[in-house]
Design a protein around this ligand. Structure first.
Ligand code: CP
Length: 312
């Protein structure tokens, strides 16, 4: 009988200890890439466009000696041309691990339920765990490996990026603050998960409406688009509702001196963040993008049970 595969569908699928371990592995692989995955294949089953996630998985697999097969949005028709459970069982016969970028979280969960190989959430409407791991790897590089008590303020939508980020940051014992307009807060399930993790690790989760309250003296500032993929019809409404939530020079001035500025990209410059702030010396957005490679390399190794073989 095949062992049940380990999946990464949500930031909450990793315990706090596993989150730290995975970030340690990512840092080690970045220092010294190792050919752990010779002969292993990763399928990238993508139903939405991507620059960073697709390329960083492909580069990560090359660094580790493995290969990738990219399946573009028009190719598979997950749940339309073919039942999700059939796609999952077929791909499991060809490759060793799969990263799925899709719409609802229930799609990737259904897929994983039938998969005989590990499944990684490469973005759903509700979660983006790979992004959060790369983000916290980047913060560790800048501020040290122990992030307990470090203050991180997310300004904006309670979306997939912020959901995975607050759970991952809470797992590391950070002082997590989130400012969103009313009606755009994180789902209650995410709040309770993050709050429980923060409490267990000596950290904190604070949800506010006022962005100034969130950023005051914060060491790390993070924002994301006001309108995510698939919400384009809401963009006019959102531009109105998020007015006042722009990460600009005035808001950055309220944070700690030299506060790090983060964005997962792509950015809508002039909406959630100004061109000036994203181009400022405090901005670490391209370090985040680079670290997608190493966070995902570590995630693949971890899910394939190879984390213990990473040297360094
Ligand atoms: N940040 C991110 O996931 O970028 P892509 O949508 O380009 O993959």
């Amino acid at each position: 009988m095949q062992p049940t595969p380990r999946h990464l569908l949500s930031a909450a699928d990793l315990s706090a200890a596993e989150t730290s371990l995975l970030l340690d592995c990512a840092a080690r692989l970045k220092r010294r890439p190792q050919r752990l995955l010779e002969g292993r294949q990763l399928a990238l089953l993508f139903e939405k466009p991507s620059l960073r996630t697709r390329v960083s998985f492909q580069v990560a697999m090359r660094h580790l000696g493995g290969e990738t097969i990219y399946l573009a949005p028009q190719e598979v028709g997950l749940g339309e041309r073919e039942a999700i459970k059939d796609v999952a069982r077929v791909l499991g016969r060809y490759v060793d691990i799969v990263a799925v970028r899709t719409y609802g979280q229930e799609i990737v969960e259904e897929y994983a339920g039938y998969s005989t190989i590990p499944v990684i959430n490469a973005l759903t409407n509700e979660e983006h765990p790979c992004q959060a791991l790369a983000d916290l790897l980047t913060v560790r590089e800048k501020l040290g490996a122990d992030l307990r008590g470090v203050s991180l303020a997310f300004i904006g939508d309670g979306n997939n990026v912020s959901a995975s980020l607050v759970v991952t940051a809470a797992s590391l014992g950070m002082d997590v603050r989130m400012a969103s307009p009313k009606g755009y807060m994180l789902p209650e399930s995410v709040v309770s998960e993050a709050a429980a993790r923060a409490a267990a690790q000596g950290g904190k989760l604070t949800l506010v409406v006022d962005p100034v309250e969130a950023v005051t003296a914060a060491q790390v500032l993070y924002t994301d688009v006001w309108t995510s993929m698939g919400q384009e019809r809401e963009s006019e409404r959102r531009r109105i509702d998020f007015a006042g939530y722009q990460l600009n020079r005035e808001l950055v001035a309220k944070a700690a001196s030299g506060a790090l500025v983060m964005h997962d990209l792509p950015a809508h410059r002039g909406e959630e963040i100004t061109d000036e702030v994203i181009e400022s010396p405090q901005s670490i957005v391209f370090d985040q993008a680079e670290n997608r490679v190493w966070a995902q390399a570590a995630a693949v190794a971890f899910l394939l049970g190879l984390a213990g073989q990473i040297d360094g």
